[in-house]
Design a protein around this ligand. Structure first.
Ligand SMILES: C[S@@+](CC[C@H](N)C(=O)[O-])C[C@H]1O[C@@H](n2cnc3c(N)ncnc32)[C@H](O)[C@@H]1O
Length: 293
């Protein structure tokens, strides 16, 4: 992807915002109103942080260890992230560390050849997928503006995969690239792709029930394994109440299902520095096998 190609894809994504807006819940419609500079990746906009290195990194060093322990920083996956993040001059933040925990855990159960991230933020899911499973083909589906941030961040890396990116612009498009960015309005592109693994972190919890149901149809159609990590309950600003236990998990086989240990606490540079996540965050790995679907 050269600068010209990057600009073209960003333009197309920007034009598509109107269409992917139709997939937004009240939560996302509400937060979208506060997006002033759509290409400013340093803004969180509720889908993740991107912080350049500064003196703050030394403070985070201790806080991160108090929240997450030491072991995670010794894993191969963390070390791979460190190389990429140093090249980008980006701080490895709590969002990235949550993804490192996640993909370390998933790798104990499955070696996927293809992975779909539903609702990534600041490229964390794509990066962890690629660094843990370098041979895997990756699909990332999201709202258009979030994909714009992913692309800008990807372009800052030296990863070879950035030369193998396709933007999906219709559901029948050829599928011959290693990384496919899919605006949510083209979700049916994902049907019949034999995708091994779907990953959804902190994202179904903020979607409309009909949208969650559409994604589960796609996961079931692929006879895939799903890693799902979301709040047990969340009430959206429009009043809709989203319960983890009510996602359409029917016909799936549980590999694990428990409270997520790396989603218990978080840190900030403001007193008292470390806080507890109030809602319980559940995570599970479930399999939708051929037999049942
Ligand atoms: C709180 S962020 C979580 C980001 C990331 N998964 C993480 O855990 O750091 C929720 C994500 O869900 C995405 N999202 C919301 N509605 C969506 C939809 N209809 N289809 C796909 N992604 C959606 C948002 O754009 C955002 O990227």
């Amino acid at each position: 992807m050269n600068e010209y190609e990057l600009k073209k894809i960003l333009e197309k994504l920007k034009k598509n915002i109107f269409e992917s807006n139709k997939n937004k819940s009240s939560h996302w419609l509400n937060h979208s109103e506060n997006i002033d500079d759509i290409l400013d990746i340093s803004k969180n906009y509720h889908f993740g942080s991107y912080e350049e290195k500064s003196y703050k990194e030394y403070l985070y060093f201790f806080l991160r260890r108090m929240v997450f322990g030491n072991k995670i920083f010794k894993t191969k996956l963390y070390k791979k992230h460190k190389i990429i993040f140093d090249e980008m001059n980006r701080i490895i933040d709590a969002d990235t560390i949550r993804h490192i925990f996640t993909f370390n855990s998933i790798s104990k159960y499955i070696e996927p050849k293809s992975i779909c991230i539903i609702g990534d933020g600041k490229l964390n899911g794509v990066l962890s997928s690629h660094l843990m499973f370098p041979e895997a083909k990756i699909y990332s589906i999201n709202l258009s503006e979030v994909l714009m941030h992913d692309l800008v961040i990807l372009n800052k890396t030296n990863l070879k995969i950035k030369k193998e990116v396709a933007l999906i612009e219709n559901v029948d498009q050829e599928d011959n690239n290693k990384l496919n960015l899919i605006p949510s309005n083209f979700k049916n592109f994902l049907l019949n792709k034999k995708i091994d693994l779907f990953v959804n972190i902190a994202s179904f919890q903020e979607m409309r029930k009909s949208e969650i149901a559409d994604y589960f149809k796609i996961i079931k159609n692929n006879h895939a394994i799903l890693y799902c990590c979301n709040r047990d309950y969340k009430k959206l600003v429009g009043g809709e109440e989203i319960y983890f236990n009510e996602y359409p998990f029917n016909d799936s086989e549980r590999i694990f299902w428990e409270s997520c240990t790396w989603h218990k606490k978080y840190y900030s540079l403001r007193y008292p520095f470390i806080r507890k996540f109030k809602p319980d965050i559940l995570h599970c790995l479930v399999k939708f096998s051929n037999k049942t679907n």
